[in-house]
Design a protein around this ligand. Sequence first.
Ligand code: HEC
Length: 117
Amino acid sequence: MRHLIFAASIALIASPALAQQGGDAKNGEKHFKSDGCYQCHGYAGQGATQTGPRISRTALTFDQFLNQLRHPASAMAPYEEPIMPTATAADIYAYLKAMPEPPDPKSLQLLFVTKSK
Ligand code: HEC
């Protein structure tokens, strides 16, 4: 019984973090577009040298990701609390994490090879 209470209290303490990990990717996709992330990071989160780095399948932890939104390193605008609730950030994070891997370049067919004379 004591173990059960212990386990239950751990679950309660851990639940906000767990909720953030299990964000709603569908809602995240909506916000990725409506909140302008795509403008600098691309629709596939692929990034571009002039505007922002690749963020698809980000290697950042959720805390690092949230910290980036609240206190960007340099050129990115900050996304503060009322504008970007933590729950919405978690949804965007889930969306980025669920983005598909690009195909292996070796699997891509060449269009055609021209013969030089
Ligand atoms: C005006 C352009 C711009 C917009 C809009 C923008 N970003 Fe960024 N983002 C950047 C730039 C530039 C960097 C790298 C420099 C910095 O941190 O400021 C960056 C960095 C990041 C990083 C860190 C990447 C890494 O691996 O270090 C994440 C994560 C990120 N952005 C997520 C987002 C999300 C999510 C949104 C939308 C809510 C967003 N950004 C909107 C320009 C932008």
